[in-house]
Structures are given as structure tokens and as C-alpha cells.
Design a protein around this ligand. Structure first.
Ligand code: MG
Ligand code: ZN
Length: 361
């Protein structure tokens, strides 16, 4: 044991021969891909892992931590306050979208990245106006203001967004068709997933369902991974780098329904996306991937091994969210900042410092 300690000290001193260069190489990614599994607690991850032969692409992540998820208004957060903590760096009240606890709009990490010259994108399996993606781009006092949130997409210069929510852009109370404004702002607008293949550069607004996308096992199929990879293909054309948020939105919906098959199929779809994102990031070498959840949903417990076949193998304790900590995984330059136990809003600061952007928030 003594010998091993001596060797590791020697290796440490060799690897730190040039500390400045080491720091730069280690801590400053060009790109950040932030992946949120809505409602994805440890038990959801483990249920999917067991159902999948005890392995997930998540296993490829090395640095791990825990995020404390309470909001400013409640021990149990909702997805709006949860995502807003990530996007503005402050805890706020449940239902708030990109505003602080006094309803004052705060610049989001996506807006900071855009301002710094990076390309930016949002991909989700919910409506793109739903709480999680909305919190990165919109500033509204309540999450249910979907049409106001849709209009906020036109107030930024986001490069790519892909998800559901077409109705909030085209079938509005004010009679406006926001896709016309998007087109005049240079966006390619598509309503069918098959259209993704034809887009090889430029700005993209893909609204692939009237509201939320269908569940993976009920018609959505392989949408999240190809959407995420299309977003990466488009955003990666900016030599300054990019910020991309990808959400597995419906893990949460399975939890609300206490439906373990729904949870597992959505989580495996998210994990398949994680695998493809990691393939890109590992090859690129200059991309930091962060994977976490806004909160756990369902109070899920695992009691057996036959996750999908035996109804007593899993048990839910609530049809709402819980206050348990959720895992944070990070891989790539700067990953070490995500090790430890910390409040959810500090993830904002960690991403901003990884991108070397100063915040006024
Ligand atoms: Mg969500
Ligand atoms: Zn929820």
C-alpha cells in the first residue's frame, strides 16, 4: 500500500508539470450539452438499468454528484422552478419561468451563451413551451402561459429548437402565426420529423406535434436521439462553440401516472440519446456533457428484479414529485466541478464558469 501511494504522488507531480496548461485543457470546454431527465431519480435510473440487463449508457459517466432540489416556495419543487434554478442560478417559486422569486426576469444561461457568440439550442419530448425548455428562453410569471412563452422564442436569437407545441405558435388567441415571424427571422420551420434530414445548416424551428410529443411507446418512437444529434450537427458549425439543453421530458409523466413501463421506456429512450451524445462528445474532446434531473417523481422504490414483469418489484409512494436529492453526472473538460453535494441553482454557476462567462444575476 505504501508503494502505491508513492507512485501516485509521483504521477500527480508529473501530470501537474505545467499547471496553467493543465487547467486550461481540463476546465474549459468549447461546448456544453446539458441533459435533463425530468423526474429522473436514482430509482428510475436503476429500474431502467435492471430492465436493460443491468447496464445503461449513463454508466459511461465518471464524475457524479447530488443536487438538492427544493424551490424558493416549497420543499418539493415543480419543473418550472427546478429548470429556472438551472437557467438563472437562483431558486424561485414553483411555476416560475425564467424569473426570480419577485417575478423579475433574469438572463438565462442560454441567453448568456447566445450573447457570448455561442450557438444555442433546446430539444425536448414535451411541447417546446413546456416548463423545462421554456425556463431557458422565456420569462413569464407562470408556466401555463404557453402562448406568451412561445412569443418569447422570438425575443432571442436561439439557433435550433426541436419539440412539440406547434399549436402555441400557430393556433393562438391573438390570431398570429408565429412561424411566419420565425421564417422572416431566418428559421427553417418544419412540422414533421422526416424534414430533419433535409436541414444541414442554418437556424431551425421544428414543431413536431400540436402539444407534447406522444410517449415513446405510443407513436413517438425514435425522435429524441435523432433530434439531439441534428441539433448538435447544426450548432457545432459555430467555431466559438455551443450550449444545448436536451430534455427527456416524459420520465416525469410516467412517474405522475405511477406507470413503471412508461418510466422505463422513456428513461431508456433518454439513455439511448445519452449514448449518442457521449459518442459525439468523446470524439470531439472539447464538449462537457452534464446529465441531471429537476426532481424525482413518484417516490419510486425498487423491491425486486423483475421490473416490468412483477407488479410487486416496484412501488410508487406519490403521484407527485418528491424532495429527494437527484444525481448529477458530468463528463468532459470541467467535469470535476460537478462532484459533491450542492443546491440545484449552483449548476448554473458551474456551467457559466465552464464556459468562462461572467454572470450579473
Ligand atoms: Mg419537463
Ligand atoms: Zn412533474
Amino acid at each position: 500500500m505504501k508503494n502505491i501511494i508513492i507512485i501516485s504522488v509521483l504521477l500527480f507531480s508529473v501530470s501537474c508539470a505545467n499547471p496553467a496548461q493543465e487547467l486550461k485543457q481540463t476546465n474549459s470546454p468549447k461546448n456544453v450539452i446539458f441533459m435533463i431527465g425530468d423526474g429522473m431519480g436514482i430509482a428510475q435510473i436503476q429500474a431502467a438499468m435492471i430492465a436493460n440487463g443491468n447496464t445503461l449508457n449513463l454508466d459511461r459517466m465518471i464524475s457524479t454528484g447530488f443536487s438538492k432540489t427544493s424551490s424558493a416556495s416549497d420543499g418539493i419543487t415543480d419543473s418550472a422552478a427546478g429548470a429556472t434554478a438551472f437557467s438563472i442560478g437562483k431558486k424561485t417559486y414553483n411555476k416560475a419561468i425564467g424569473v426570480d422569486k419577485d417575478t423579475v426576469a433574469q438572463k438565462t444561461v442560454l441567453e448568456y451563451a447566445e450573447e457570448a457568440g455561442l450557438s444555442t439550442g433546446l430539444v425536448a419530448t414535451s411541447s417546446i413551451t413546456h416548463a423545462t425548455p421554456a425556463s431557458f428562453i422565456a420569462h413569464q410569471p407562470y408556466r401555463n402561459m404557453a402562448e406568451e412563452i412561445a412569443a418569447d422564442f422570438l425575443k432571442t436569437d436561439i439557433d435550433v429548437f426541436i419539440g412539440g407545441g406547434k399549436n402555441y405558435f400557430v393556433d393562438r388567441k391573438d390570431g398570429e402565426d408565429l412561424t411566419l415571424s420565425l421564417k422572416s427571422n431566418g428559421y427553417q420551420v418544419i412540422f414533421e420529423q422526416s424534414g430533419l434530414a433535409n436541414i444541414t445548416s442554418g437556424k431551425l424551428a421544428a414543431l413536431l406535434a400540436p402539444d407534447g410529443m406522444p410517449p415513446f411507446s405510443k407513436g413517438r418512437g425514435d425522435m429524441l436521439a435523432p433530434s439531439a444529434m441534428k441539433a448538435i450537427e447544426l450548432l457545432n458549425q459555430n467555431e466559438k462553440g455551443f450550449f444545448l439543453m436536451i430534455e427527456g421530458s416524459q420520465i416525469d409523466w410516467g412517474g405522475h401516472g405511477n406507470d413503471i413501463e412508461y418510466v422505463v421506456s422513456e428513461l431508456l429512450d433518454f439513455d439511448n440519446t445519452i449514448g449518442q451524445v457521449l459518442d459525439f462528445a468523446e470524439k470531439d474532446g472539447n464538449t462537457l456533457v452534464i446529465i441531471t434531473a429537476d426532481h424525482e417523481t413518484g417516490g419510486l422504490t425498487i423491491l425486486g428484479d423483475d421490473i416490468l414483469g412483477d407488479s410487486t418489484a416496484t412501488n410508487f409512494s406519490t403521484d407527485y414529485h418528491t424532495s429527494v436529492m437527484v444525481p448529477v453526472y458530468a463528463k468532459g473538460p470541467g467535469e470535476e466541478a460537478f462532484v459533491g453535494t450542492y443546491e440545484n441553482n449552483l449548476i448554473f454557476n458551474k456551467i457559466m464558469s465552464a464556459l468562462r462567462i461572467d454572470s450579473d444575476n
